[in-house]
Ligand binder design. Structure first.
Ligand code: TRP
Length: 451
């Protein structure tokens, strides 16, 4: 399908819907589940500071670049890159940038749905009243008993995968646009309620100093790499998600405005979630570095003690599930759009084919928490940890690096101006960030980690 036809068929109804969908993609397990636990594992404040710097100095510029490339290329990531390479008379090999993203999307989604499955399971447990007056020890046991049972994990993984396939096979617009309009504000309100609870418990102050008072002695080269990778993960960049979403964006909407909103909303949700989780951690003598289970070992304790905890808890886990869905869909969309515009598959066929592949890969993550918990793939990392590491800390930064290079070095100033309507001074700052700062930063972090 030619680019023009594809983009005519799928255009966001308006600017707000586009922003909401992009925020829906950005805000997900990355903010609520992953950010707190990796912050805990990497020592807190200094890590948060590096993450914030990466969002501002690399993430935001790359986000604008990625959406612009998508809109200008007007197709799935590999095809969009081909179109852009053609327009600028450079090597067609740039399509590999799109392919890298598609592979990363498949791999990320394979563990994303397993974790989303935990949230569904917690939604159910909260609904049936399991968390009433639950103690810290009981909450920890509750989590262990869930993840030690592969059949249970497989069951929820399958449910999430099925629903994701059904939604994406129907097309992006009708379902997801509507759900997100209500869900995002609701999620924020609930986070604020939980924030109020966090303020009322003893660990609040300690959580603020853990998150915001940097202790640079705790920072290692590896944690800088993780902070940078997470900046890409949480903003959904480097993979083609924002490229595809950009390809559905009309020329008349502002990419700059949308990108600022996306980064702001995404960062706010992560920080609020972090304060909540660590307030509970420090109030109850839990370990900040207890890994992927952190969210699930802490929040039930809060809900179990709160008035109205049953209601808020159930609603909260329900919203986490929906937040994960809006991200899951955006993880698979680059691959689907490629199967459609490059391989002429129907959307339905593409969705099911990819769904089965991702579901199968996900079994490795299911087993990582039980039968394979001592099977290591990449120096001491389980299957899940290996996938997470390779995608987030290698494939996404590489994707982002090449997006920045293409945008900064290959597009002309004229083309950039057509995509980003910025005052001249801002444009200059922006272009030099994308041209020099972002690629250099990514390269330095990479090389430093290799040595
Ligand atoms: N940003 C999402 C989160 O924080 C996950 C996600 C969706 C993603 N689409 C992506 C990550 C594209 C990287 C690239 O949960």
């Amino acid at each position: 399908m030619p680019a023009s036809e594809l983009s005519k068929k799928n255009i966001w109804s308006n600017q707000t819907i586009f922003i909401l969908a992009a925020v829906g993609s950005a805000v997900g397990l990355g903010n609520i589940w992953k950010f707190p636990y990796i912050t805990g594992e990497n020592g807190g404040g200094a890590f948060v500071l590096v993450y914030l710097a990466c969002v501002l100095l690399i993430g935001l510029p790359v986000l604008m670049a990625e959406i612009s490339l998508g809109r200008r290329g007007g197709a799935s990531p590999p095809e969009a890159m081909k179109n852009l390479a053609l327009e600028n008379k450079t090597s067609k090999l740039w399509w590999l940038l799109g392919l890298n993203g598609i592979l990363a999307g498949i791999l990320i989604l394979s563990f994303y749905t397993v974790i989303a499955g935990w949230a569904v399971s917690y939604f159910y447990d909260s609904f049936i009243g399991e968390f009433k007056n639950i103690s810290t020890t009981q909450a920890t046991e509750h989590f262990s008993s869930l993840v030690s049972n592969p059949m249970q994990l497989l069951f929820w993984h399958t449910v999430i995968m099925l629903v994701t396939i059904i939604v994406v096979s129907k097309g992006l617009k009708s379902g997801i646009e509507k759900v997100i309009t209500y869900m995002m504000p609701a999620l924020l309100v609930l986070l604020l309620i939980l924030f109020g609870y966090a303020m009322s418990i003893t660990g609040f102050g300690q959580s603020l100093s853990f998150l915001f008072a940097p202790d640079f002695s705790k920072l290692t080269g590896q944690s800088v790499l993780i902070a940078m990778g997470h900046a890409f993960f949480t903003l959904s960049i480097g993979l083609g998600t924002m490229m595809v979403y950009g390809s559905y964006l009309s020329k008349k909407h502002s990419i700059v405005k949308a990108s600022i909103w996306i980064s702001f909303a995404d960062t706010l949700v992560a920080l609020v979630a972090g304060v909540i989780v660590f307030s509970i951690v420090f109030s109850n003598g839990l370990e900040p570095s207890s890994g992927p289970g952190l969210l699930f070992k802490t929040l039930p304790v809060a809900f179990g003690q709160m008035t109205g905890g049953w209601f808020f808890g159930t609603l909260f886990f329900g919203l986490v599930v929906i937040a994960a869905f809006s991200s899951a869909i955006s993880l698979i969309e680059p691959a689907i759009s490629w199967f459609i515009d490059r391989w002429q598959m129907s959307r339905k066929k593409a969705s099911w084919a990819l769904g089965v592949l991702i579901w199968l890969t996900g079994i490795g993550t299911v087993l990582s928490f039980n039968q394979w918990d001592e099977v290591y793939f990449l120096d001491g990392k389980t299957f899940f940890e290996t996938l997470d590491f390779i995608t987030t800390n290698i494939m996404l930064p590489l994707g982002a690096l090449f997006i920045a290079i293409f945008f900064g070095w290959i597009l002309t100033k004229q083309q950039i101006t057509e995509e980003l309507n910025l005052p001249d001074k801002m444009l200059k700052i922006f272009i030099s960030t994308v041209k020099f700062i972002a690629p250099t930063a990514v390269l330095i972090v990479f090389v430093a980690n290799l040595i």
